[in-house]
Design a protein around this ligand. Sequence first.
Ligand code: AMP
Ligand code: ZN
Length: 111
Amino acid sequence: MSCLFCKIIANEIPASKVYEDVGVLAFNDIAPQAPVHILVIPKKHVDTVDELIEMSVISDLFAVMKKLAAELGIDKSGYRIVINHGQDAGQAVPHLHFHLLGGRKLAWPPG
Ligand code: AMP
Ligand code: ZN
């Protein structure tokens, strides 16, 4: 298995996990861009959002992000959910992941 995030799912690489269930894993980003920067991923490997559209786990991923935002106290102040898709968006890890960002004022538009 060569996928970095699949290795995190399999506990072959350590990560600061904040949520886990049968289909979803959430862990702190190793290089946080905001006070809250969590990566939320489906445990089933898919490369990009293109494949996610077919999967029922999509609603579970959003439910987990909503729950974490409330637990971390950014539900009222606001937060951003980002998917980087492909080269121009800078997708570095080819295992689909949502970035959940918050805890500070976030610039828009992104660079
Ligand atoms: P992206 O550019 O959308 O593919 O984002 C990949 C994210 O994965 C970046 O924000 C990285 O900081 C993060 N990342 C890379 N390796 C790890 C790791 N071992 N544990 C946690 N986050 C990681
Ligand atoms: Zn993977």
